[in-house]
Design a protein around this ligand. Structure first.
Ligand SMILES: C[S@@+](CC[C@H](N)C(=O)[O-])C[C@H]1O[C@@H](n2cnc3c(N)ncnc32)[C@H](O)[C@@H]1O
Length: 323
């Protein structure tokens, strides 16, 4: 995973401009634009993935004592194994929210599985018939297959909007903090519906702007799903982020040990990393020196970028059944 992967300024600009389109509830006009957006997302995650070593999770995490207790019951001291446990709580929450009590015959699909830690973790808490992870990034999938794959747990490279599965092959789909980068969310919903069997469950969590929330609500009626539950978990996600941002947290200590401190600059560059872990979502107050550095770098690198700021306001779980 330490393979050198670079990211051009053009790709960064494209990514942020396109993320503004997706998250402001606007639409791309052509398939070419949607495809270019997807390429930018892929480049960004390939780049981010190349910086990440195992032990660092890829969602903002959830801090929910009830979920924590249930995981502890299945895996005592699970947080002592090179993790703070917050991202694992998010995965366990999405799985148990399906309402399925016996997964032994279930074929479970995780769309946007990243490096596969989430599914591997779930396999330790819950016996599931078969698990498949799907992700756009080939290097994430290569890592997942090399590290975790075994009979009953496989990872496939592919697009959430064009999934490499047959109609009705899947019993339950989970989707964790991934859909906010999909250029055509409606197409993603149709794909989830197509691959699920009738009565199949769709459990997804993501971060939302007001606009994307409204747009999604408007889509629900004609989607072919019965939308059963909507749970705002913003407070529990913010709690996990705030704990992760404490000076001696597992996250900050791990990031410090993984480079960025080469020139003694870690203190200054840290905010550029921590925004990816939700620092702006909780309005985290960096030191004055860090704020000045961050604003200078942002201005220097992205001076010509016309993308407006994306104001993420909520983190929500949605549960649906295929009708
Ligand atoms: C923030 S990460 C979350 C990863 C994982 N779900 C977790 O919680 O650890 C978002 C993931 O979604 C993937 N992704 C983005 N767009 C995708 C698409 N169109 N199809 C499949 N995966 C996609 C990215 O490659 C990335 O691995």
């Amino acid at each position: 995973m330490s393979k050198a992967v670079s990211l051009s300024r053009k790709q960064v600009e494209r990514f942020w401009r396109d993320m503004a389109v997706v998250n402001e509830g606007r639409e791309f006009e052509t398939d070419e634009q949607r495809q270019a957006c997807k390429e930018a997302v892929k480049a960004m995650y390939d780049f981010a993935g190349a910086q990440i070593r195992s032990g660092i999770a890829w969602n903002w995490g959830l801090d929910m004592p009830e979920i924590d207790r249930r995981i502890e019951a299945a895996i005592p001291s699970y947080k002592s194994a090179n993790t703070d446990g917050f991202s694992e709580q998010m995965y366990f929450f999405a799985l148990q929210a399906t309402g399925i009590t016996d997964f032994s015959q279930t074929r479970l699909l995780d769309v946007g599985c990243g490096f596969g830690q989430g599914l591997n973790f779930l396999s330790r808490t819950t016996p599931v018939g078969e698990m498949v992870g799907l992700d756009l990034c080939q290097n994430a999938i290569n890592y997942a297959n090399a590290r975790w794959a075994r009979p009953g747990l496989a990872f496939v490279c592919g697009d959430a909007e064009k999934m490499p599965f047959g109609d009705g092959e899947i019993d339950a789909v989970i989707n964790i903090e991934s859909s906010h980068t999909y250029p055509d969310f409606g197409r993603f919903l149709s794909e989830v519906r197509r691959v699920l069997r009738p009565g199949g469950i769709f459990s997804f969590v993501d971060v939302f702007t007001e606009e994307r929330c409204q747009r999604f609500d408007a889509m629900k009626a004609g989607s072919g799903f019965q939308w059963r539950q909507q749970t705002d978990i913003t407070a529990q996600v913010k709690s996990a982020i705030v704990k992760r941002l404490q000076p001696d947290s597992f996250l900050r200590t791990t990031l410090k040990g993984q480079g960025g401190s080469k020139f003694g600059l870690h203190n200054l560059t840290e905010p550029l990393l921590l925004v990816n872990y939700g620092a702006d979502f909780v309005d985290f107050r960096f030191s004055l020196a860090q704020r000045i550095f961050r604003s200078a770098v942002t201005r220097l690198l992205l001076r010509s970028m016309s993308a407006p700021e994306i104001k993420l306001t909520s983190y929500v779980h949605h549960l649906a059944v295929k009708t």
